[in-house]
Ligand binder design. Structure first.
Ligand code: F6P
Length: 369
């Protein structure tokens, strides 16, 4: 039977859902019955630490095995229950103009005899996949990011698990917030996209939700808080996305560092906002940054299921020889889109149809959305 080798890697920020996707790539590719029907015998090789692994895994060097993990049905059997990525990840950009290592990646793909490559990642990881595809590499993408900002798909792995974390933590905060009659500002991740804050805040029943797509006025936030108290609220939960900013202001940046894809590290708006609320309302206000907790823990049922479907769909694309595509979930259906079409644009909250700019919260008219 014809033999074919698939490489698989996870790149960018980790999240829940990566391991289920990898498990189902391996199970589907190496399924005995399917192999018989296809007339092709696939083997799957895991590449450690994202694109860094493909820069390093040169088989002519003695240490290349450190970067490679042969994946059998047995190896991946329990992976769908675990968070993070069993292969590790990195934010290495082989096309970083300051240190271009793309030639090494191309040579290693050749030397490792990879007939196809599955890249699981967000915009950054897939931008590398797209460039490799243009050089002739047979690549298939699987979308993941807790930010859910990837264009071309309604779902990205990790998002629902992150929402569950937001809800669980806010539920915990409610009891202590209520006991002390405090205002709590909860900062979520999401970069320039407000999905985590908006849908997390909606799920948790937050009083105010601030998103990057709509600049807020601190006076208005304070007015809303005081209005709520006049109406009998004992405490307040305010969710703010890390990328949200006051009108006329700019994003809060944690440190001056820029990663190899050119991103700044956002963070700190929650604390600044808490201080401004305490000053403006004289109410005791605390802030909590959920940070990487949102990326941690076991995948929720939805991420296990979507990881499974995305993994299976990725193998379907490989079997069909339909390369340069990212599997995608659109309008309730699994499908695929050219990776090239996904890049350079982000899926952001549509303020007009999804955000209430008066209440600073989700819309209360759903059917007109
Ligand atoms: O893109 C996912 C994400 O978690 C963002 O929401 C966040 O801004 C960023 O990654 C944090 O990156 P790091 O893990 O490098 O701190």
């Amino acid at each position: 039977m014809k033999k074919s080798r698939i490489g698989i890697l996870t790149g960018g920020g980790d999240c829940a859902g990566l391991n289920p996707a990898m498990k189902w790539v391996v199970k589907t590719a190496t399924d005995d019955r399917l192999q018989g029907e296809r007339g092709v015998q696939y083997e799957v090789i895991g590449i450690r630490d994202g694109w860094k692994g493909l820069v390093q895994a040169d088989p002519s060097r003695g240490d290349s095995q450190e970067w490679l993990v042969p994946l059998s049905q047995d190896t991946v059997r329990t992976w769908d229950r675990t968070g993070g990525t069993m292969l590790g990840t990195s934010r290495t950009n082989p096309y970083n103009p300051k240190n271009d290592q793309s030639k090494k990646v191309l040579q290693n793909i050749e030397k490792l005899r990879l007939d196809a490559l599955v890249a699981i990642g967000g915009d950054d990881t897939l931008s590398v996949a797209c460039k490799l595809a243009k050089e002739g590499v047979k690549v298939v993408g699987i979308p993941k990011t807790i930010d859910k900002d990837l264009w071309g798909t309604d779902y990205t792995l990790g998002f629902e698990t992150a929402l569950n974390v937001i809800v669980e933590e806010i539920d915990r905060l409610r009891t202590t917030a209520g006991s002390h009659k405090r205002v709590f500002v909860v900062e979520t991740m999401g970069r320039t996209a407000g999905w985590l804050a908006l849908e997390g805040g909606e799920s948790a029943g937050a009083y105010i939700i601030l998103i990057p797509e709509y600049d807020f006025s601190i006076d208005k936030v304070n007015e809303l808080v005081l209005e709520g108290r006049r109406q009998g609220a004992r405490y307040d939960i305010i969710v703010v996305a890390e990328g949200a900013k006051p009108a006329g202001g700019s994003e809060t940046v944690k440190d001056g560092l820029i990663d190899s894809f050119g991103h700044k590290t956002l963070g700190g708006i929650g604390e600044t906002l808490a201080k401004a609320i305490q000053e403006g309302t004289k109410l005791e206000t605390r802030s909590v940054v959920l940070s990487h907790l949102q990326r941690g823990g076991a995948p929720c049922a939805y991420d296990r299921r979507m990881g499974r479907y995305f993994g299976i769909a990725a193998v379907d694309l490989i079997v069909k020889g339909d390369f340069g595509k990212m599997v995608s979930y659109r309008n309730g259906h699994l499908t695929s889109v050219p990776i090239n079409d996904v890049l350079g644009k982000l899926s952001l909250v549509d303020v007009k149809t999804q955000y209430d700019t008066e209440r600073y919260n989700g819309r209360r008219t759903i059917l007109s959305r």
